[in-house]
Design a protein. Sequence first.
Lengths: 812, 130
Amino acid sequence: MIYEELKKEAGRFAPVISVERVLPHRRRKKIADGVGFTAAFLALPAALHFLWSGAASYPALSVLTGLFFLVLACWLVLFMAEALFYSYYFRALDVISSGAAPAALTFEAAYALSRLDEDDITQSFFGTDIGLMVLLRLGISADSFREFLKERKSRLAANVFAVESRDGEGGVGIADIALSVFAADGEFAAFLRRFGVQGKTLRGVGLWVERSGRERRLFERWWSRESLGRVEGIGKDWAYGGAYILDRYSKGVFAKGSAVALSSKFLSEEVEELETILARRREANALLVAQTLDEAFDLILGLASLISRGRVLPALEHKRVVVLDQNKLVAITAGKARFEGELIKIFEESIAAGNIILVFDDLPAFLGSAAAFGSDVVSIMDPYLSSPALQVVALSDTERFHRFIEPNAALMSRFEKVTRRSGGEEAVLKILENEADRLEAVEKVFFTYPALETIARTADQYFPSGVMPDKAVDLLNEIVPKARQAGQVIIDRSEVLALVEQKTGIPAGEVKAAEAEKLINLEAILHKRIVGQEEAIKAISNALRRARSGLVNPGRPLGSFLFLGPTGVGKTETTKALAEAFFGSEGKIVRLDMSEYKAADAMDKLIGSFSSGRSGVLSSALRDHPYGVLLLDEFEKASREVLDLFLQVLDEGFFSDAGGKRVSARNLIIIATSNAGADLIWEFLKEGGDLLSRKDEIVDALVKSGIFKPELLNRFDGVILFHPIAGEHLRDVAKLMLERLVKRLQEKGIELVINDALVDYLMKFGSDPKFGARPMNRAIQDKVEQVIADKMIKGEIKAGMKVELSAADLSG
Amino acid sequence: MGFATLLPVYFLWHYTTALRDLIGLWGNFLWFVLNFFSVGLLARTLFSPWRRLKEYKRSRGLDLGEALGNAAVNLIMRLVGVFVRAATIIAGLVVGVFVLASGVVAFFVWLAMPAVLLALIGGGFAFLFQ
């Protein structure tokens, strides 16, 4: 649609826009309040003037009456203007909600268009309140925009400006105008890109700003049927029976539950599924399964909200959703006979009442408690569950569903299962926008759209437990007090990343100068601990830089490497150095000795056992420490099944434990170490030449001998060859190890001098090419430490002394 | 749009769209009253027992005393239902009539509003300079 056509369409809103320009709505309302108050005040003398017979002798009363009339006239004018305004202001709303003939453009768009300067569309559009709001939501300040206006070289004129409606719902909207400016004004587009804004973000912001306006209007219009219909009427349940015993054991349904439940659009599919099941004639029972009970309960809230708004299928109209307080029932009855008696009464009463939807908010726990009483509760419930007169909804989390409910065929046959799904990114963003609007009103903070985008992305990427969008909403709520503590009003991407970093320990925020320096010099930093092993250091440093820059695939682990090489060459040490460099601590390593997982029960030990109910070592470890380094020692010794499990972990970044619950490995750097192929490495070394050039031969040999499948090796980001340590490198290792001892002795006030004699001695007695640096460690312990310890006990070495060991000391 | 062009547009709106809006608003309030007092639902269930309270046959075979007693209790429950529901329906209808009447008044006040405005201005100046 070209500019002229748009302008013509906007003409439909011309009267209200004219009124708005003379006296904007908000100011008009304030003035009307003041004028109304004055009129009420003047009503008294006016009344006296007309009603009191002696009024004629007081001319002032006549003047006040005249003023009253004039003030009342002013108020009436304002009232009529307000009525005109509302008529247009809300009409746009009806067009959208009723699905009537689609409007060519929205009210907000028409209003913004009326303010456009035809010689400079960009400035005049983004200079309006709504345009400025779009910029602020993008995280761009008005000052930055003014700077841009000063520096730009060209202007966007109306004759080359055209707008298309992209979502087609309410016609041309703010998002469409903003996107058209973005497309037509190259300089402005470049300005936005400087802030990392792309067309998709701009569109999201435009839609958000417009939707907020629309929702505000819906809220303002208290006289609409939608608003009036929310007032609960009287006598709705008089045709139904009371449920007095049930009421004693019931919990209320809090219709104002979570933000997720309230934005019913998000869960609409699942709630609709639930609604359809409950509206059936027979066996209208649903089993809601989600990762947690709270998430399953959101569907109950969604249903209760639909019923209270009268937007439900006719079969469910006027129904009461009653949540059974299972703990109370179990605690009060405290015995099989009474428990069963009360339960039967509750069911009978619910059927007699005729309007009860009975909710068991933790079915597995209920079955467990009943079993503890020795009650066969499933058989007691069965006739009621098959009754057409009662609807039952039971909730369970995924894990206990698989363990306790799914195997019970009799129970399963009575329920229809509804699984709560996670939302797509756009749905999550919509919920975050609504929640942000609510928080902004209460907490006086301001969210930028990139902040919400970051929340939506990081919540899924970094917080493996829970489902979306709940965890994103939680993160959004969590950030507010943090920002307020720091005295921040505007919450942008960096605040979100800082919180994520604080919560997970994974560096996620902006790379600051000091960290950038560290990342650039990562090789040198790692070399302070690792001698030689250039290939390994290079590969790991590159992987860390990729992970830190956020370029890694979020659907896979942060990085994964297979370290191949003989023992004692620094594989584990490299892993430790990596954990310290990236996560700031060696404590971030979860270490599993894979030689323990070669027997038939290896999988049960790792991911848990369904039959015994035991949780697995790997699943528990990753749940407790979802962020860090997973070190899999002696990887080749694990059973075939275990290796296949890691095929999935490396590829998709998660696995399912025995209970069917997902365990994420996406925030881990996975390092598998293996001695396999060490013999071959030695052989190649004996033959001489560059070991690295023969890496493919070594890897091929591993595949041929059936140690690793080629697809498993391909899943690793890198297969790194560690060459044996010898000669000068071994000498450096000796020095490094001695330095550690020096540090330990320093704590006791003793200064050990590292001299050639000491290093030579270690090279002589601590050097075994087959075992790399390992014998060196033992030599330091057995010889150097022992000699110093003996001397300390004899009193020859005391705190404050400088110690230098000679060859004689060591051999003696 | 200047004042001179706005004025005819306003008048057109005042006597067409605004009247339609006003009638819509009036309809909303009426709907609300009927919905709030559940008039339709209560009328449909006017003769149902109050809160489904009912006596059931307990003895085996024919027990005339019990049957009569039950019939009496059930009749009373239905009568209680009829009484409470009828009272609510009447209350709803009374409020409804009031809303209906207010709507009629509002309708005519709206029709006369421009004239009232002129009268207020004229009267105001008249009193001021009396």
